[in-house]
Design a protein around this ligand. Structure first.
Ligand code: NAD
Length: 365
């Protein structure tokens, strides 16, 4: 997977936080440090106009603290628009923990992180993201009520990933309908990049529908496990983007649609779970439009997870979770046609709907 290379020397010349490239009038950024547990985390609260800032916690071995800050700023901003376009009364927030989730995550570290979340008195509510499991949220729950995505045994809505995947599947079907005139994915050649919690559940939905699926991941064990379970093919080449395919489904990390990949992408549809798929929303959104690629905006179609965890706050049931998630199909079709009518990118069309909701609420206040 090719991501944009950030020149750290260049970044250091600009103001470190408010001058950051990805800073977009964020309300609050909290740096959390605990020597005893080794916790180094950043919580980004982008906007709380519609409600408390809800978004998952990502644990990742970042190359630098700059990368971690950049990631949390981009991710928390994305959550603002995700909840807004989905019609939820939530703001946008996200947290990152710097470190390797496999080797550095301990119960003590997770609890200490929970205490930092608690210190924000509900302005930020956490959940799972990359590197986190439902059991981690259960641990956080022992020190703060400001956490969602806890296990069903503990009274939560459980792992949000299957619902996220189902929403992505719905958004993908809508985008296929737009591109091909039919939402049937049978025999469509689909590349799923990243087969973690969401990627695997997406593969399950897609294989049930008879798609021709190729998977890629940096984790070989995982690839073999998913291949054996669903009878899909492991992508053996070195440049997935240039392969002939109908649909590209980015389900790993963000910014895979970038200056290096965009000229090579052959797919007619891009629809996946990863947050911030476009390295540069404006530029790459426009380039996709010019290439005639139907891009289902990430923050629109990966909202199943937030719909699932929001149920814990609003007490709606499984049926309502499914109904709201299936509605991603209709919203995606509306956004794609809105973009065409107005001659704007699909990302911009989704963004405009979200921003209008935030602006209207601001006026009411
Ligand atoms: P995960 O950690 O379970 O899976 C991520 C997978 O991507 C892992 O298998 C990892 O090995 C793989 N990966 C990492 N770098 C890669 C690379 N360079 N090339 C190929 N594969 C690579 O995470 P997840 O929960 O499945 O989330 C996947 C994406 O969806 C993330 O971007 C996340 O922010 C987004 N998302 C997740 C949810 C959710 O409910 N879990 C909700 C909304 C958005």
């Amino acid at each position: 997977m090719t991501t944009e290379v950030v020149n750290t020397n260049e970044l250091q010349k600009i103001d470190p936080v408010f001058g950051q490239l990805s800073f977009d009038d964020h309300e609050q950024i909290v740096f959390c440090n605990d020597k005893d547990t080794g916790l180094k985390a950043i919580i980004g609260i982008h906007n709380t106009v519609l409600g408390p800032a809800l978004g998952g916690t990502r644990m990742w071995s970042y190359n630098s603290e700059w990368d971690a800050l950049n990631d949390v700023l981009r991710l928390s901003r994305g959550m603002t628009f995700e909840s807004a376009v989905t019609g939820l009364n939530l703001g946008g927030g996200k947290a990152v923990i710097i470190g390797n989730a496999k080797t550095q995550k301990t119960p003590e570290l997770m609890k200490r992180f929970g205490e930092f979340v608690h210190s924000l008195s509900g302005r930020y509510i956490t959940a799972e993201d990359v590197g986190m499991e439902t059991s981690d949220m259960d641990l956080v729950r022992t020190v703060t009520p400001y956490v969602t995505g806890i296990s069903e045994e503990k009274g939560g809505a459980g792992n949000p990933s299957p619902i996220t995947a189902y929403g992505v599947f719905m958004g993908m079907k809508a985008a296929a309908k737009y591109a091909y005139g039919s939402d049937l994915l049978e025999d469509k050649v689909i590349y799923v990049e990243g087969i973690g919690n969401v990627g695997e559940a997406l593969v399950e939905n897609l294989s049930n529908e008879g798609a021709k699926i190729y998977i890629s991941d940096i984790n070989q064990e995982r690839l073999e496990e998913v291949r054996d379970k669903y009878g899909v093919e492991i992508y053996g080449g070195s440049n997935l983007y240039a392969e002939e395919m109908d649909i590209y489904a980015p389900c790993a990390l963000g910014a895979t649609v970038n200056n290096h990949t965009i000229h090579q992408i052959n797919a007619k549809v891009i629809a996946g779970a990863a947050n911030n798929q476009l390295a540069d929303e404006q530029k790459h959104g426009l380039m996709l439009r010019e290439k005639g690629i139907v891009y289902a905006p990430d923050f629109l179609i990966n909202a199943g997870g937030i719909i699932n965890v929001y149920a814990e706050l609003e007490n709606y049931d499984r049926q309502e979770i499914i109904r709201k998630t299936e509605n991603i199909y209709n919203t995606t079709l509306e956004i794609l046609s809105n973009a065409e009518t107005n001659g704007i990118t699909t990302h911009q069309a989704a963004f405009n709907v979200a921003q209008a909701r935030i602006d209207a609420r601001k006026k009411e206040k």
